[in-house]
Write a new protein. Structure first.
Length: 330
């Protein structure tokens, strides 16, 4: 954390250092140097490529003020872990920058860090450092994550070919519907949908190398992110609505919410292309192992040279139209 975290004998530490020591010291790993310097010292695993990603979250944009503090930090970390998962990378450590409103009490950050501590144990990584500052505006959080992968085995967005199948992990739309539940526009007595919005399930450990030709995680909506894959590979994508996996809770919301499922975002599932020669194996055993257990995988479409963009074919065989395609960051 910026400003250092020294622990000299005097008790008149500046407030920033007290705040960092009180809440973040327990999250720090060896690379953080006890959070006593302005930078971390990290030795990458021997013979591995580094994979680095960053994401920011802003209160009232990416999370609600009423969200439990322990889930806010975990969501931020998991969104970044999802980026690593899409490339087949192993998490190594992370850095945090936060702009803190003076209206947030220390108890909020205590819960925030307790949640992060839980996820550090689940996903085997630790805090390396970061920065803290104050703000008169909303809480702003930014996380940078480091991962590693064997040389040449990082799965990128480019690499799909005409005829490759398009596959997805888990279920689509739960996070977007969960936000609608929290906004009072939907009901879900099970709490499943709100839980999926507040706490994504990054597919860390997904064995994509040697199977997937291209991949990315779904954060801005299935249709929009499929469009990113199509564009990067100079191909079109055909999606079949009947094949898109929905959870029982999502199905219970009714067909009128199907567009939200496909365009709402906050899925943090992995979208990946598979060459035809590998598809028979996946169709026989449509599950993949991750750090947190087996996850179902589903073939939802294919790449096509004769089309551009994303075409969604409905249950009647007609092309579906949407009022929006996904989340925009600008």
């Amino acid at each position: 954390m910026s400003g250092l975290l020294r622990t000299p004998p005097q008790t008149d530490l500046p407030a920033e250092f007290v705040f960092i020591k009180q809440h973040f010291a327990k999250l720090a790993g060896p690379a953080a140097l006890d959070l006593s310097d302005d930078a971390a010292v990290y030795t990458p695993p021997l013979g591995k490529d580094l994979v680095i990603a960053a994401d920011a979250m802003v209160e009232n944009v990416h999370f609600l003020p009423t969200d439990p503090p322990e889930t806010v930090g975990r969501k931020l970390l998991r969104c970044n872990l999802s980026d690593l998962a899409a490339m087949g990378a192993k998490p190594e450590g992370w850095l945090l920058t936060l702009a803190r409103p003076n209206t947030l009490p220390d108890t909020w950050f205590a819960q925030f860090c307790n949640g992060l501590e839980l996820d550090q144990k689940i996903f085997s990584l630790s805090l390396m450092g970061g920065d803290t500052t104050s703000t008169k505006g909303p809480l702003v959080l930014s996380l940078t994550i480091l991962g590693s992968v064997k040389p040449g085995q990082a799965v990128k967005r480019r690499g799909a070919k005409d005829g490759d199948g398009l596959w997805v992990t888990g279920t689509i739309g739960d996070g977007a519907l969960g936000l609608q539940v929290l906004l009072g526009k939907l009901t879900d007595a099970s709490g499943y949908l709100a839980g999926r919005y507040r706490l994504p399930q990054p597919r860390v450990g997904l064995p994509l190398a040697g199977i997937a030709s291209a991949a990315m995680d779904i954060s801005d909506g299935l249709v929009q992110d499929a469009g990113h894959l199509a564009r990067e590979n100079g191909l079109g994508i055909v999606l079949h609505a009947s094949q898109i996996p929905l959870s029982p809770a999502a199905k219970a919301c009714g067909e009128e919410w199907f567009e939200t499922c496909l365009t709402g975002g906050d899925d943090y599932e992995i979208l990946f292309s598979v060459p035809p020669e590998h598809e028979a194996m996946l169709l026989q055993n449509p599950f993949m192992a991750t750090v947190t257990g087996q996850v179902p995988i589903t073939r939802i479409g294919h790449f096509c040279q004769k089309r551009s963009g994303v075409t969604v074919i409905g249950c009647t065989g007609a092309e579906m139209a949407f009022s929006r395609h996904g989340w925009s960051h600008l």
